[in-house]
Design a protein around this ligand. Sequence first.
Ligand code: ATP
Length: 269
Amino acid sequence: MHHNPVYIKNLSHRYPDGNLALDNINLSIKANEKVALIGANGSGKSTLQFHLNGIFLPQTGEVSIGEWTINDKNLVHIRNFVGVVFQNPDNQLFMPTVWEDVAFGPMNKGIKGNELKLTVIEAMEAVNIEPHLYGDRNPDNLSGGEKKRVAIAGVLAMNPQVLVLDEPSAQLDPRSRRQLINLLHKLPLTLLVATHDLDLAWELCERTIILSKGKVVYDGKTDRIMSDHTFLEKHALEAPLSFSRAYCNLEDRPNLTLANNHQLSLISD
Ligand SMILES: Nc1ncnc2c1ncn2[C@@H]1O[C@H](COP(=O)(O)OP(=O)(O)OP(=O)(O)O)[C@@H](O)[C@H]1O
C-alpha cells in the first residue's frame, strides 16, 4: 500500500485515431512536493493531466489519487482531492458573475452561509482578485490573465490536496506572474505544474518531469536538468533565462556544476 497523493503505474493512453499520447508512464508524487511537468508541444502533458482527475480513465495501467485507484465509481472523491486548472480559463468559467463562479465548487460540496462567503473571499484574495471590485463582474468580460486567476480561485476554493495547473503563467503580466509564483510557493499542497515557462519551473519546483513523445525522459532535480543544454535541446526545450543569469553568480548556488560548454557561451552572450 502506498500513501503518495499521486501514484501512476504503467499508464498508457492511445487516442481513437491510434495516436499513442502516453507510453508506459510510471511516477509518484509525495505530499507537498512541487513538480514541474515540461515537454515540447504534443509530448503528452495535457493527456497526463486529464488522467489525474478522471477526465480520462486508464485504458492500460493505473492512476491512484490519495487512497483511491481511479475508476468510474470514485470520481467524486477524486475531484474533491485534485483540483485542475485548465490551460484555457474559458473552459472553466461558466457562471454569470465571478463570485458565483468561485462559489460554485464549495457550494456543491455543501458549504453555505458565512463559511461559503469566507471561502470565496479567501480564494479570491489569494490570487489578487479583489472581491469588491470583481465579485459582480461577468467572467466573459475579464482579461485573459484575470480569467486565469479567477479559474485558479475557483479551484482553490475547493480546498484540494493536489493542484494541477496547465500553463498557469501563460496569460499573466510580469507582476501577476510573480504574484502567482509566490502564491503557489506558499500553498501547503501537492503541486503539478505543466508549463513551457522553464523559469517558473526552476523558481517553483525542486523536481521536474520531462515528457517526450509520451515517455518520461527525465525525473529528477530541476537544477540539474536546467544546466544540461544538450539534453534540453534534444527534447526541443530551452534553458530558462534566469537560470543562465544565475550562472553569473555561481557562489549563490554552489550546488550547480556546468554540464557542457553551451552554458559558458550563453553566460557571456
Ligand atoms: N483528441 C485527440 N485525438 C488524437 N490525438 C490527440 C488528441 N489530443 C491530443 N492528441 C495527440 O496526443 C499527443 C499528446 O498531446 P497533448 O495535448 O497531451 O500534448 P501536450 O504536451 O499537452 O502539448 P502542448 O504543449 O501543445 O499543450 C499529441 O501527439 C497530440 O497530437
